[in-house]
Design a protein around this ligand. Structure first.
Ligand code: MG
Ligand code: ZN
Length: 366
């Protein structure tokens, strides 16, 4: 090793140690260089069950260029849970909302069923605005993991009891029946109104209000795209951005394309692709907002892949694709992470799913 190389190595070591290190759980370290500009806002978009073949379907089945191609930073996330090699959507979302790997079925609780503060609860306490949008019910595993703490994802009525005190400023999705047709006879819509929420159950409001908003447009999950859901996800995201961006301290918005996963479970390629294209369209809204806003980081990822989906050839005809499945369940494949905006470079590389939470929280720590 010559002297010049030694000098270079020394300089590199000095530069490296001048970076700000953030110690996080599970003995992993996220290093953020002092030059990284931190975002004021984060939009986390989760395509439930969306692996690389699902994303690839946007290339082959969309007229025009997919919004996925507008991202410059791409990473890969390993998706195992604490209990299983293959995660379900409850532990898969809890790891994003809390940074803690837990057992399949857990909503906002750790391996010992102890509640862990979620990113939304922490940011809400700091005065940031927060929102949750989903094409399932808002009590379904993915959205619930951001505001509720229960030992099993099937406890929909118990999950709903967390909504009035969640502090979340904007909810949109399905799940009305868990508020007003409950086994315990409680009227949780009245509880929401008492907490000064504006409740909408007919259609998506055209404009936002100064009040917190609870928008429930289906008894349980929202309809499929093929059954007339229309531009709900896109328009709800626009509305949420209009509302949350009024907060001077910033905001965190979680948007879920829930039914990409359901198409995978049904091994129904047409269902899956229509849901995926709806999600891609919504990415366009988020990206346009971020581009104009300049202080918003967009992260797009998935909890796991569903269906063992693949874009296989039709026998030896390499000019024809036959979308195929290898399981009615989930698979262990890594899922892509797309990032754009201030702090995006942190999402390069291959890492564990819990790192996504720690990276987001490190970017919110001023
Ligand atoms: Mg989900
Ligand atoms: Zn699933």
């Amino acid at each position: 090793m010559n002297f010049r190389l030694l000098t270079l190595l020394f300089l590199f070591a000095v530069i490296s140690t001048s970076c700000v290190s953030v110690q996080v759980k599970d003995n992993t370290v996220s290093t953020i260089t002092s030059e990284i500009k931190k975002p004021k806002n984060i939009i986390l978009l989760i395509g439930d069950g969306m692996g690389l073949s699902q994303v690839s379907a946007a290339i082959y089945y969309k007229d025009g260029k997919p919004n996925f191609e507008r991202f410059n930073t791409i990473g890969l996330s390993k998706t195992s849970s604490a209990s299983d090699l293959i995660t379900d959507s409850a532990s898969g979302a809890t790891v994003f909302s809390t940074g803690v790997r837990t057992y399949n079925g857990a909503i906002g609780v750790d391996k010992d069923t102890i509640a862990i503060p979620t990113i939304i609860e922490q940011l809400s306490r700091r005065g940031l605005a927060t929102g949750i949008i989903s094409t399932s019910s808002i009590q379904h595993a993915t959205p619930a993991s951001f505001y509720a703490h229960v030992k099993s994802r099937r406890m929909y009525e118990e999950i709903t009891e967390f909504v009035p005190n969640s502090g979340v400023n904007f909810f949109a999705g399905g799940g009305l029946k868990f508020f007003n047709q409950r086994k315990d006879g409680k009227d949780l819509l009245a509880a929401m109104k008492a907490k000064d929420y504006e409740v909408s159950t007919g259609q998506l409001p055209q404009t936002t209000t100064s009040k917190n908003q609870l928008i429930l447009l289906a008894e349980d999950g929202m309809p499929k795209m093929s059954e007339g859901r229309g531009d709900f996800l896109l328009n709800a995201t626009k509305l949420a951005l209009e509302k949350l961006s009024q907060n001077e301290k910033g905001f965190f918005l979680m948007v879920e394309g829930s039914q990409i996963d359901w198409g995978g479970h049904d091994n129904d390629a047409d269902y899956l692709i229509k849901e995926l294209l709806d999600f891609d369209k919504t990415l366009g809204v988020a990206l346009d907002f971020a581009k104009q806003n300049g202080e918003t980081l967009i992260i797009v990822t998935s909890d796991h892949e569903t269906g063992g989906f693949t874009l296989a050839s039709v026998g030896s005809d390499y000019n024809k694709i036959k979308p195929s499945f290898s399981t009615p369940g989930h698979s262990a494949t890594m899922v892509p992470v797309f990032a754009e905006g201030p702090g995006a470079s942190l999402f390069n590389g291959i890492y564990e799913n819990h790192e996504i939470y720690h990276k987001m929280m490190a970017l919110f720590d001023k």
